[in-house]
Design a protein around this ligand. Sequence first.
Ligand SMILES: Cc1cc2nc3c(=O)[nH]c(=O)nc-3n(C[C@H](O)[C@H](O)[C@H](O)COP(=O)(O)OP(=O)(O)OC[C@H]3O[C@@H](n4cnc5c(N)ncnc54)[C@H](O)[C@@H]3O)c2cc1C
Length: 400
Amino acid sequence: MSATTADYLVVGGGIIGVNMARHLKRRHPGASVHVVDKEPELALHGSGRNSGVVHSGFYYTANSLKARFTRDGNIALKDFIRERKIPLNECGKLVVAKDESELPTLDLLLERGKANGVELHKITEAEAKAIEPRVKTCRHALWSPNTATADPVPVLEAFRKEAADMGIEFHCSEPFAKCEGNRVWTRTREFDAGYVVNAAGLHADKVAHRFGFGKNYAILPFKGLYLKSSEPVGSFKTNIYPVPNLQNPFLGVHVTVTVDGHHKIGPTAIPAFWREQYKGMDNFRFGELLQTMGLGSQLMLKADFDFRRLAWEELKKYRRAHLVGLSQSLATGLDLPTLKHWGPSGIRAQLLNLEKKSLEMDFVFEGDGKSFHVLNSVSPGWTCSIPFTEYMVDEMEKMQ
Ligand SMILES: Cc1cc2nc3c(=O)[nH]c(=O)nc-3n(C[C@H](O)[C@H](O)[C@H](O)COP(=O)(O)OP(=O)(O)OC[C@H]3O[C@@H](n4cnc5c(N)ncnc54)[C@H](O)[C@@H]3O)c2cc1C
């Protein structure tokens, strides 16, 4: 079989890979851009299994990439969704304090929001109840009117369709198998690539290692589970989040109002034993099990953060009663009889810095004149996707 010449070959057709491909094609209309994905269809991993929250950008310090791109990504993604007439629930979000001890972090988030140019209001408990009568908070809450929710699956499909209309070629069921320089083999094809972009999500570290990048990193999978409520549509008016532990990359168990007006609680961030452990023994890989167990034990012993406590706190959330109990500090009437059913799970591709033994909190990428590797496209990567990928293409072009 002869090799296909690709000016740009993108590995991974999630929200990041498809948007990288779109920006490249827009900048270089004459170039051939190919996207390969290992799955028979797109959206089977993070970009189709996330909470669907379009975040507004007040959690992150102003010098981070996440801060920089969440605010602009919020505007860009909502515009994209509205223009394509995909349903969008512009329901906003409250951040609530459990007790007095959490009020200083509420103020810190307010400061971060201001520094990032994000619309965010500190409101009283009474004002919070006027927005969401069921909310519980201690004295104050933060109100983010620009947070919204959407279903990530039709959003990715709209990006894919527009990319295909631009002339970008998609090849599904074609996992990256190996490479020699920029000659890349997938299941049935061979590509002679001018430039390779690695946006392989949960497997981005493995692909990067084949190109000599990301040697200091490995991906640790964390499983996100949700409990779907059987209460009627409209039972909650807005999303409710707790004050987060800012040492963790995860935001804590929250109430999400889905695009159709139902609500769910979660997600967890439970260490998974292999990368695509969505359910039962699905996609079991013995090598991945050994790797995650090895990394997990190293973290237990040596991490510069309390991984043992994080892992233990998260594992307890497998118990429905525990997860529901945690959500009860956010609002009234969240109870076991209405929160019976687990929704589809998602798995976070969280990057671990092997030298520092710490979880990377911000986006990470590496590359050179031949290839570029997106290594930590964690939440809120979906929200950030449009401006973040544009920025990465700028960075990539500086390397060429
Ligand atoms: C539980 C959960 C909740 C989240 N909630 C939010 C949220 O509310 N808001 C938000 O903004 N973000 C959220 N995120 C984060 C967001 O979903 C991710 O940042 C984003 O989807 C990452 O996109 P991606 O394209 O990098 O990865 P993916 O969507 O995982 O795409 C990677 C693609 O690469 C393919 N691939 C992998 N290996 C290979 C290979 N060897 N060869 C070929 N193809 C390969 C996969 O099949 C996949 O299609 C959440 C994530 C999770 C897991």
